[in-house]
Ligand binder design. Structure first.
Ligand code: ZN
Length: 230
C-alpha cells in the first residue's frame, strides 16, 4: 500500500485547542512526540488504562505497538485485573527498542506496560524514539519496589519524561487511607530485604504483594482483614 493511500485513510484531525504558531519556533502543524509516564501502586488500574489508551489511539487510525514485561498472566500479553487483555511484545533485557520500532513500517506510538522492569538503557531508547523518530511513548508502571525504593527504570522516567502522572484509582490500604506503596509479604510478614523483582501472587509462589498506605508500609502492619498468603 502506498503512503498516500494510508494518509488518505487517516481520519481528520481536530484543530489544536490553542494556536501557538506565533509563539513557537516549531512550524505550524508540527508537534513534538511525547514521553509520558503513568505510575501508581498495584491494582490502581495501570494496565486497564494502558489498554484503553491503545484502543483510543488505534481508533484514530494510528499505529502502535504494545509492550510489556512480567505481566501477571506470565505470557506476552497485557492483562488487567478487571478481565481485559491483549497480546503484547515481551521486553527481554537485551531487546533494543529502537531497532524493534524501526523494523516496522510505521509506528506512531508505543504502549509500554510494566515499564518499571525495563532496563535503564531501554528507557533511554524510549527517549530516542520520541526525539529522533517522532514516536509517542505512553509508559505505565510502578514507581517503587516493595522496600519503597524507586525502580531504576522508573527513576530514569521521572528524570526524562515530558509528563508524569500519578494514578490513584481508589486503591486503599486496609485502614482506608490511599494505598501508595507496594509491600511484599512472605509467610505473612512484610519483607524488608530481598531481590528487587520477585514474581508473586501466583499459585506456585509463597510471595504475595499488598498495597499499603505509607504509615502502614513503614510500620509493617498488614491489617487483620488482609487475605491469607496463598
Ligand atoms: Zn494504612
Amino acid at each position: 500500500m502506498s503512503h498516500e493511500v494510508m494518509e488518505q485513510a487517516k481520519p481528520l484531525r481536530w484543530p489544536p485547542v490553542t494556536d501557538v504558531s506565533a509563539l513557537s519556533p516549531v512550524p505550524a502543524g508540527a508537534r513534538d512526540a511525547v514521553l509520558k509516564f503513568y505510575f501508581g501502586p498495584m491494582d490502581c488500574g495501570k494496565s486497564t488504562l494502558a489498554l484503553q489508551m491503545n484502543y483510543n489511539h488505534a481508533r484514530q487510525g494510528r499505529r502502535g505497538l504494545v509492550l510489556t514485561k512480567h505481566d501477571r498472566s506470565g505470557g506476552p500479553k497485557i492483562t488487567s485485573r478487571i478481565g481485559l487483555g491483549m497480546e503484547a511484545i515481551e521486553v527481554e533485557d537485551g531487546l533494543d527498542l529502537v531497532r524493534l520500532v524501526t523494523a516496522h513500517e510505521r509506528v506512531d506510538y508505543l504502549i509500554c506496560d510494566e515499564v518499571c522492569f525495563y532496563t535503564v538503557e531501554q528507557i533511554e531508547q524510549l527517549a530516542d524514539l520520541v526525539d529522533d523518530h517522532g514516536v509517542d511513548v505512553y509508559a505505565f508502571g510502578l514507581a517503587s519496589d516493595f522496600r519503597s525504593v524507586m525502580f531504576p527504570a522508573a527513576q530514569r522516567l521521572f528524570e526524562l519524561a515530558d509528563e508524569v502522572c500519578r494514578l490513584q484509582v481508589e486503591v486503599l490500604c486496609w485502614c482506608g487511607r490511599p494505598g501508595l506503596l507496594n509491600a511484599r509479604v512472605v509467610g505473612g510478614v512484610l519483607a524488608r530485604t530481598g531481590e528487587q523483582v520477585v514474581i508473586g501472587d501466583t499459585d506456585a509462589s509463597p510471595v504475595r504483594y499488598q498495597v499499603l498506605c505509607r504509615r502502614h508500609h513503614r510500620s509493617g502492619q498488614l491489617g487483620e482483614g488482609a487475605p491469607p498468603a496463598p
